[in-house]
Design a binder for this molecule. Structure first.
Ligand SMILES: Nc1ncnc2c1ncn2[C@@H]1O[C@H](COP(=O)(O)OP(=O)(O)OP(=O)(O)O)[C@@H](O)[C@H]1O
Ligand SMILES: [Mg+2]
Length: 233
């Protein structure tokens, strides 16, 4: 599979948030590193078909981002994902599964399987307001996986997580890249340097690094610092 992005641009009034981005992404973990305001969220929203580009195109194996077939194979965890605090984790998944058109038996099976996958099976019947930040983000991944996506877009999922939760989240993501195109944005080098198969770096709306990534490399922090001067961890 290939996600093909051609000359994608988003122009706000006097700000070009994404500036002529072209990419070809395939199965595996694709890390998208960039500082605040680099354009990661704007790019991802266009890749999800929820923000209309000023120019350019996005397709998955030739299927345009605007088509229903594209949406059917897309999973998305937005940066500002809203949870329903009074829902239980399980009910939340069942609710979203219904919205996505899964049959009730399929939804039940899938929700149980996903709660297991994200290590929330034992708290599935507890209300979301009792969850930690890390638990909420794992539930966020579970909802993004309800439709068995071939393309999974995850926007800064580790923001606000403590180091332990971050490690847990990282290993969860690492297990998903086998036959899925995973695109994960972050401004934290350690989120992606040991799990990414491909690395992208974004600055001021442009892609400034786009190459296969060797997980044994240890110079990502340095590359990032050279570009952004600090802020990485
Ligand atoms: N709706 C909008 N109107 C005007 N400017 C916008 C809008 N959305 C984003 N921008 C600007 O576009 C640039 C890119 O923003 P974006 O949110 O895509 O960056 P980001 O890399 O996701 O940052 P962060 O790490 O803070 O989430 C920023 O300068 C931002 O202020
Ligand atoms: Mg963002």
């Amino acid at each position: 599979m290939e996600l093909t992005v051609r000359e994608l641009t988003k122009q706000y009034k006097d700000k070009r948030a994404v500036d002529g981005v072209s990419l070809r992404l395939t199965e595996g973990i694709n890390g998208l590193l960039g500082a605040n305001g680099a354009g990661k969220t704007t790019l991802m929203r266009m890749l999800c078909g929820i923000l209309k580009p000023t120019a350019g195109s996005v397709s998955l194996d030739g299927v345009d981002v605007s088509s229903e077939d594209y949406r059917a194979v897309l999973g998305y965890l937005p940066q500002d994902f809203g949870y329903y605090p009074d829902f239980t984790g399980l009910d939340f998944l069942l609710y979203l599964a219904a919205l996505k058109g899964l049959s009730r038996p399929h939804a039940k099976r899938k929700a149980a399987e996903l709660l297991e996958l994200v290590s929330l099976a034992d708290v599935g019947k507890k209300r979301i307001k009792t969850y930690s930040g890390g638990m909420k983000q794992r539930l966020g991944i579970a909802q993004a996986l309800l439709n068995d996506p071939r393309l999974l877009i995850v926007d800064e999922p580790t923001a606000g997580l403590d180091p332990k939760e971050r490690v847990k989240f990282r290993s969860l993501i690492a297990g998903l890249g086998q036959d899925t195109i995973v695109l994960l944005s972050t401004h934290i080098v350690s989120d992606v340097e040991k799990i990414a198969d491909h690395m992208l770096m974004m600055s001021d709306g442009r892609i400034i690094l786009d190459e296969p990534w060797d997980k044994s490399r240890t110079d990502l922090e340095q590359l990032y610092m050279e570009e952004f001067g600090g802020d990485g961890e």
